[in-house]
Design a protein around this ligand. Structure first.
Ligand code: SF4
Length: 325
């Protein structure tokens, strides 16, 4: 059986003011049914653009897929008009955003908003949709759902709003949940609860999870596989435990140092992360990381390193792999 999500050689550009700026430069991702994959990187690395392009959520134009393919549950969503992704959105793949407010209209009560989403996916009466909404709110752990459905979004805390947004994403019974920085706006305690909820939903529903985050602590808590993204490309990919224990790419090594030291993870040699990520319109030649890399050689500025398998599960795009570890 094919993977639930298969992205091959995805290239995407934005056309603005007569200029074409490439922001995704050949992204490959695979997520098996029921699996979990974290896409990690700094702001501007292209991880959120990747997530949104999977469901064709970017305005086209200015966005345009120029090469590669996206298949979700065997259906190609990268070809043809953006509306072809509508059949997949919600019913096969649900999306949760960083700001749950974006999924909730401030002038619509929680119950009505959720029932409307249920009716987008089911042929049912309003009464049946309201009953299903209560079930979904209970499933995501909201207390007193009969009272919650009468409330307005502003009456809920950030953590509760995020639970409602997750309930909306589940309304179509998707096989895949794409969560774009779902805990970034939450404090540490609420963040842990939301991550626990995602793990429980994965186990109970057999959901696959694509998690977008800049936080390796979140990755360690919620994902089995991870892909590190830099300047629109995947630079390292593998099992979370293996990549965190022995990151091979100098960029991954620098990110890894942001994690608090634990007995479970070996120490890494110090790696400095100089400067800022490059803008897509001013990418360095060769390896885009070379101006910030403490291991860079003159040859690094000449050629873009390919993602090469280190073993059956772990790949890295740096010929000097592991030198700083
Ligand atoms: Fe650093 Fe060169 Fe490897 Fe790029 S290819 S990460 S610049 S050592």
């Amino acid at each position: 059986m094919s993977a639930l999500l298969e992205v091959r050689g995805l290239r995407l550009e934005f056309n603005t003011a007569g200029r074409s700026i490439e922001v995704l430069r050949g992204v490959d991702l695979t997520l098996e049914r029921g699996g979990s994959l974290a896409l990690v990187g700094e702001s501007g690395s292209g991880k959120s653009v990747t997530a949104q392009s999977l469901l064709r959520l970017l305005d086209e134009p200015p966005a345009r897929i120029t090469a590669g393919s996206i298949h979700i549950a065997g259906r190609c969503v990268s070809e043809g008009p953006a509306c072809v992704a509508n059949a997949v959105r919600g019913s096969v793949a649900g999306m949760v955003f960083q700001d749950p407010q974006s999924a909730l209209h401030p002038c619509t009560r929680i119950g009505a908003a959720l029932a409307a989403v249920v009716r987008q996916h089911r042929h049912c009466t309003w009464r049946e949709a309201e009953q299903r909404s209560l079930e979904l709110l209970m499933e995501v752990g909201l207390d007193a759902p009969q009272r919650r459905v009468e409330q307005w979004p502003h009456q809920l805390s950030g953590g509760l709003r995020q639970r409602v947004a997750i309930a909306m994403a589940l309304a179509g019974d998707p096989q895949l949940l794409i969560a774009d920085e779902p805990t970034t706006a939450l404090d540490a305690t609420v963040q842990a609860r939301v991550l626990g909820l995602l793990s429980r939903l994965r186990a109970q529903r057999g959901l696959a999870l694509l998690l977008i985050t800049h936080d390796l602590g979140v990755v360690a808590a919620a994902a089995d596989e991870m892909a590190v993204m830099y300047a629109g490309r995947i630079v390292e990919q593998g099992p979370v435990r293996e990549v965190l224990a022995q990151p091979l790419h100098p960029y991954s090594q620098a990110l890894r140092q942001a994690l608090p030291r634990t007995d479970a993870l070996p120490r890494c040699a110090p790696v400095s992360l100089r400067g800022l990520p490059p803008l897509p319109e001013h990418l360095p030649t060769g390896c885009a990381f070379h101006p910030r890399c403490s291991h860079a050689l003159p040859a690094c500025a000449l050629e873009v390193p390919a993602l090469v398998a280190r073993n059956a599960q772990h790949s890295v795009a740096c010929p000097l792999e592991g030198q700083g570890a």
